[in-house]
Design a protein around this ligand. Structure first.
Ligand code: B12
Ligand code: SF4
Length: 499
């Protein structure tokens, strides 16, 4: 039996770490999960020397000290690893999204890096005291001459149904409290997290899971597991069986009976075939019968799928549109989804508005945007029937995505500005230098469509797209935000289920 610890600094969902933990535990190893964050919200932290000493003491008995993280957390965790290693020389292992995309850089700090779906490689490495790394897929390490080696990347050979469910036991789970003490996660804390996740949608306890891996699209800015392009590898979109999903939901409800909402965080839940959606809806309604939320992309929305999903309990839907310009979507984002397809999907979604207010996501701060593409985006927005909620995100370039590589070639001076580290992507959280276009995007969900059409005109851009208006626009958006909060207009909360 080996003892490993997986450390993160994130929201407590920790799906990747929980999955790795379940697999290792199934093979009789002991796994501890430590979230350097508090149990239900993100606290900005700088790790003091005192805390690093406490952490070293906590970690001293493990065979491997592992870290799982995203790019945003890398600038906080990597310096921590550097300091920890000075007082606790051990085997340091990195896994998760950031190491997957930046294995060479990560090997400056870790002894071994696991890339992509690496849970089985990790298990084999653990069982062989890391002596077999040269034989394993999805691994990066340094050879005896210090040369960095990245092995072949592969998908899980196993079918997704063979994977154990995420580890939600409270055994060996720890968090760091606000006063920097490492404390065990209690059942109450875990329940509180489900409650916090559900509060987003109403008075719910929400459980999040993924029913598939991969995505049918290959957007140029996307840093998820299906984009390990640097290594010439693109895993296929794979689905778990309906029975396997429903059993996971039943098991978590047996453990936490208060869970009464489910979020399927698949990149594109609607990409399943019609028959599978039908089977899912039938079983879900019969055995789970609770409201749920999904993410979709326009190409996969159909009346057939939505009517069954709504009947089964769909009460929240989020769809990525990104730009109203076909040119930007196709040649910059490599998303082969036209404005026409998007409008068709919206028309279908619109039929189900009495069950939910749809959320649509757009990306701004696109260095390739032109007056024309911006006008097209506002015009597309003017065709969407109200109400809807908009999420406007600033473009972020995650290293090793194809858009990152393109901008590195064509506009290298922008790389820093668009860096994925320490960045909140929501435009609402970064109102400095707000321009006319972004202001229109931010108010579009509340602006009558006829007015949006006027705002999309060349004249309006000519008159108002000027730097000296920026402070006025910032003040306007900040005030509207306050009014919005004060009046409690909340599109997150799901509606009562109509009879
Ligand atoms: C669920 C989710 C969230 C949830 C929960 C996040 C969490 N911390 O758990 C929420 C909504 C909170 C969230 C927030 C954000 N997210 Co998010 N999120 C996802 C999503 C949809 C699924 C992640 C997931 O659970 N995957 C499933 C697990 C199984 O995959 P995994 O974590 O990669 O783990 C596997 C391997 O990497 C490996 N592994 C993982 N850890 C370890 C450790 C070891 C030791 C080993 C050996 C292996 C290993 O094994 C696992 C099983 O194969 C992904 C998109 C996607 N489809 O992956 C985006 C994604 C991870 N998110 C992303 C981003 C940008 C964010 C935000 C920064 C957005 C923002 N600005 O607010 C925040 C960050 C918040 C935070 N710090 O926690 C990006 C990350 C890009 C990057 N390079 O970092 C992704 C890839 C989306 C995208 N397409 O670009 N997110
Ligand atoms: S649709 Fe979403 S998950 Fe899929 S490739 Fe595009 S950005 Fe990534």
């Amino acid at each position: 039996m080996k003892k490993v610890i997986i450390i993160s600094y994130a929201q407590p969902l920790l799906l990747g770490s929980r999955l790795v933990s379940s697999l290792l535990k199934k093979h009789s190893h002991e796994v501890t999960l430590l979230n350097l964050n508090h149990y239900h919200f993100l606290i900005e932290k700088v790790f003091s020397d005192d805390f690093i000493r406490k952490l070293a003491l906590f970690c001293q008995d493990f065979d491997a000290i592992c870290f799982s993280f995203m790019t945003q957390e890398s600038s906080l965790l990597i310096p921590l690893v550097v300091e920890l290693r000075k007082i606790l020389p051990k085997l340091y292992v990195f896994g998760g999204i950031h190491p997957t995309h930046n294995p060479l850089e990560c090997l400056d700090y870790a002894d071994v890096v696991f890339l992509g779906e690496s849970e089985y490689s990790f298990l084999q490495a653990i069982e062989n005291d890391f002596s077999n790394l040269h034989e394993l897929d999805n691994v990066g390490y340094k050879d005896e001459f210090g040369k960095k080696i990245i092995n072949k990347i592969a998908s899980l050979k196993n079918n997704l149904n063979e994977l154990p469910y995420p580890d939600y036991s409270i055994e060996n789970k720890y968090v760091v409290s606000a006063d920097n003490t490492i404390i065990p996660v209690t059942r109450e804390m875990q329940k509180e997290f489900f409650k916090q996740s559900g509060a987003y949608y109403g008075n719910f306890y929400s459980y999040t899971t993924l029913t598939s891996r991969g995505c049918p699209h290959k957007c140029s800015y996307c840093a998820n597991l299906n984009e390990i392009r640097e290594h010439g590898f693109v895993p296929k979109l794979r689905f778990r069986s309906v029975e396997n999903i429903i059993r996971e939901l039943e098991e978590i409800r047996a453990l936490y009976p208060e869970i009464n909402f489910f979020l399927f965080y698949d990149d594109n839940f609607a990409s399943r075939k019609d028959e599978e959606i039908l089977e899912f809806c039938r079983e879900y309604k019969k055995r789970i019968n609770a409201p749920f939320a999904i993410l979709v992309s326009p190409r996969f929305v159909s009346d057939f799928k939505l009517s069954h999903l709504v009947d089964a309990g769909l009460r929240h839907l989020q769809m990525g549109i990104q730009s109203g310009s076909d040119e930007i979507n196709r040649s910059v984002f490599l998303r082969n989804i036209s404005g026409k397809q998007t409008i068709q999907a919206i028309q279908i979604i619109n039929k189900y508005k009495k069950y939910f207010t749809p959320w649509y996501d757009f990306i701004t701060d696109i260095p390739y945007d032109t007056l024309q593409s911006k006008r097209e985006t506002i015009r597309l927005l003017s065709k969407i029937p109200k109400p809807f909620k908009l999420q406007i995100f600033s473009l972020v370039l995650f290293p090793s995505t194809s858009l990152y590589n393109r901008i590195k070639e064509e506009m290298p001076h922008l790389l820093y500005k668009y860096s994925g580290e320490n960045k909140t992507m929501s435009k609402l959280n970064n109102l400095n230098d707000l321009n006319y276009y972004d202001t229109v995007l931010l108010v579009a969900a509340y602006t009558p469509n006829i007015v949006l059409r006027i705002l999309s005109s060349k004249v309006m851009f000519f008159l108002f797209d000027r730097k000296f208006f920026s402070p006025v626009m910032k003040t306007t958006i900040a005030s509207l935000r306050m009014i919005n909060r004060a009046t409690h207009i909340n599109h997150n909360k799901i509606r009562a289920i109509p009879k």
